[in-house]
Design a protein around this ligand. Structure first.
Ligand code: PGA
Length: 259
């Protein structure tokens, strides 16, 4: 069975001191648990990555991911951070194609495909985000939109590399809005995404790949969402900034993972 993943996307929040105390609080609460039947990935802003990888080695309670990386390999690209740099400080995951990057930073499908390539070349796992905006859903185009995002940004990978990836379905209308997709809407899209993986690759890849839900996922709705057969956990924004809420979401995933 696929193990569940709960990934925190801190976005551009917290000072260094706040980040430190949030991790301390999360670890204190996780330490109260004998075992956790899910994987936890925390994706802080770049300057805090090493703080987290240091904790990771001490505690082994979570993995660390970045929120972005450069499409380029190395060199004269002022302000960029490469996948190779991230790997060199023991970061193993990276969010790619978040709707905020697509919208505010104009990241195209082609750029995202290059970012995915850089990550795979450096033995890192992309957490590849897809999702439709409200008008696309209302026009009944959500399946088509998600399919195109996957085909252009992720499905160029060969058969082996797809196993190193995680997909996150994040309907844009649900991100930071408090408006969550219903469990049925999430399941329907996740099952569709899995069918696309099967079509492009094979049954084994479709059975293996983890598909996370993101968009106003919180301590109140996590169990309902994560209980859907094709929802393998969540990518959590706002609720990941509160230790109580985030750990509650992790424990809910763990509970379902143990069943
Ligand atoms: P949210 O964000 O949980 O605050 O809606 C999720 C995300 O953008 O990854």
């Amino acid at each position: 069975m696929r193990s569940k993943i709960v990934a925190a996307n801190w976005k551009m929040n917290l000072t260094f001191g706040e980040a430190e105390s949030l991790v301390d609080d999360i670890l204190d609460r996780l330490d109260e648990q004998d075992e956790l039947n899910c994987e936890v990935i925390i994706c802080p802003p770049f300057p805090y990555l090493e703080l987290l990888t240091d904790f990771e080695f001490d505690e082994q309670r979570f993995n660390v991911g970045a929120q972005n990386c450069s499409a380029f390999d190395m060199g004269a690209y002022t302000g960029e951070v490469s996948a190779k740099m991230l790997k060199s400080i023991d970061v193993d995951y990276c969010i790619v194609g978040h709707s905020e990057r697509r919208k505010y930073f104009g990241e195209s499908d082609e750029t995202l495909a290059e970012k995915v390539n850089r990550l795979i070349e450096n033995n890192m796992s992309p957490i590849f985000c897809v999702g439709e905006v409200l008008e696309e859903r209302e026009a009944g185009r959500h399946f088509e939109v998600v399919k195109e995002q996957l085909e252009k940004g992720l499905f160029h990978l060969d058969g082996d590399a797809i196993y190193d990836t995680i997909i996150a379905y994040e309907p844009v209308w649900a991100i930071g809005t408090g408006k969550t997709a219903t469990p049925e809407q999430a399941q329907e899209m996740h099952a569709y995404i899995r069918s696309l993986v099967k079509e492009r690759y094979d049954q084994a890849a479709a059975d293996d790949i983890r598909i996370l839900y993101g968009g106003s996922c919180n301590a109140q709705n996590a169990t309902e969402l994560f209980s859907q057969p094709d929802v393998d956990g969540g990518l959590i924004g706002g609720a990941s900034l509160k230790a109580n809420d985030f750990v509650s979401i992790c424990l809910q995933a763990s509970q379902i993972g143990a069943e």
